[in-house]
Design a protein around this ligand. Structure first.
Ligand code: ACO
Length: 332
């Protein structure tokens, strides 16, 4: 598909979340915590937890179908699918499974791993293919089922995470480019702050050769360090993107941040001098859904009419890696 010299239009979004809702009071039955502690420290009340029959691929397919319908195209129009996730159903990747589920027979699909920055990194990756004229219709999905990997006995992390999926359709356009600016960053020296590591045991195969046979083990996190990192780096990344796009804080209609903690979102808005009423937050209902949190929050705001065509959105994801990124775009 040749689409040389194209700008990018963001024409559809969709989302899906598991049915089961785990409340703060439920968590208080499991670990030494309380609704009051979780609410005041994070802004979270509920999170949705995937059941044995709800897979990442299936949630992503629903989100994708909703986004494709909103964009007014069909699954066979999609040229590329990028799935941002850290929790695929299959370690070989789940993007192709989703491709099969939605019948995107003309697309190529692959996974992208950048933790909670994954959706922003996927958007920026998609924009490169569109601007280069390689692909016209790109479906990006952010989805995670972190409940599979949480240490449910660790009160400092288990209260934070929930499951979900969100999707967006980006299309090449000869009209105005709606992706105004972006930046991607990582700092490997802080890699130890947030991990989902592989642990193994030696399995002797033949003399002098052992395979390391094991499994990924629960999330470990230095919450304070991640908090400090987010509050420092996210405003910096958004400020740089605003500067590149020749925008000031007054030009931003909505602040769309990774939903890690309401206090982080409020602190970022304060540093940027953007009123907190402009934050798109769904953290109370979903908690931190990792790569899904940005498109989940966007989808709700588009569907209830808060976000209107032409609105300028400053988005930022951040998380394990450590990675972070920002993108400023106009909806529609
Ligand atoms: N309930 C009750 N008490 C708790 C809980 C809990 N769930 N968790 C921790 N505490 C206790 C601690 O043990 C500590 O007690 P102590 O003073 O007796 O030692 C006290 O509360 C204060 O703990 P802090 O860690 O200082 O609490 P803080 O205000 O920093 O909040 C939090 C912790 C919510 C984790 C915060 O640091 C945070 O949001 N950090 C960012 C985490 C994050 O965003 N992670 C995801 C990144 S995205 C990704 O890539 C997946």
């Amino acid at each position: 598909m040749n689409n040389m010299g194209a700008g990018i239009a963001i024409t559809g979004c969709g989302s899906a979340a598991p049915e089961a809702v785990l409340t703060n009071d439920h968590l208080a039955q499991m670990v030494a915590t309380s609704d009051e502690w979780i609410n005041t420290r994070t802004g979270m009340s509920n999170r949705h937890i995937a059941s044995a029959t709800e897979s990442l691929s299936q949630l992503s397919a629903v989100a994708a179908q909703n986004a494709i319908a909103m964009a007014g195209i069909t699954a066979t129009d999609i040229d590329l699918i990028i799935l941002a996730t850290s929790t695929p159903d299959d370690l070989f990747g789940s993007a192709c499974k989703i491709q099969g589920l939605i019948g995107a027979t003309n697309a190529v699909a692959f996974d992208l791993g950048a933790a909670c920055s994954g959706f922003i990194f996927a958007l920026i990756t998609a924009s490169g293919f569109i601007r280069a004229g390689v692909y016209k219709n790109v479906l990006i999905i952010g989805a995670d089922i972190l409940s599979r990997w949480v240490d449910w006995s660790d009160r400092s992390s288990c209260v934070l995470f929930g499951d979900g999926a969100g999707a967006m359709v980006c299309q090449g356009t000869s009209q105005d480019d709606r992706l105004l600016s972006f930046g991607m960053y990582s700092n490997g020296s802080q890699n130890d702050s947030l991990n989902l590591n592989y642990y193994s045991q030696s399995k002797p195969l033949v003399e002098n050769i052992t395979a390391q046979y094991g499994s990924y083990k629960p999330i470990t996190m230095n919450g304070k360090e991640v908090y400090r990192f987010a509050v420092a780096k996210v405003p910096e990344a958004i400020s740089k993107a605003m500067f590149q796009a020749n925008l000031t804080a007054d030009d931003i209609d909505w602040l769309l941040l990774h939903q890690a903690n309401q206090r982080i979102m409020d602190a970022v808005a304060k540093r940027l001098k953007i009123p907190t009423e402009k934050i798109l937050s769904n953290i109370a209902e979903y908690g931190n859904t990792s790569a899904a949190s940005i498109p989940l929050a966007l989808d709700a705001a588009v569907r209830d009419g808060r976000v209107q065509p032409g609105h300028t959105i400053a988005a930022s994801g951040f998380g394990a890696g450590l990675t972070w990124g920002a993108a400023i775009f106009k909806w529609g």
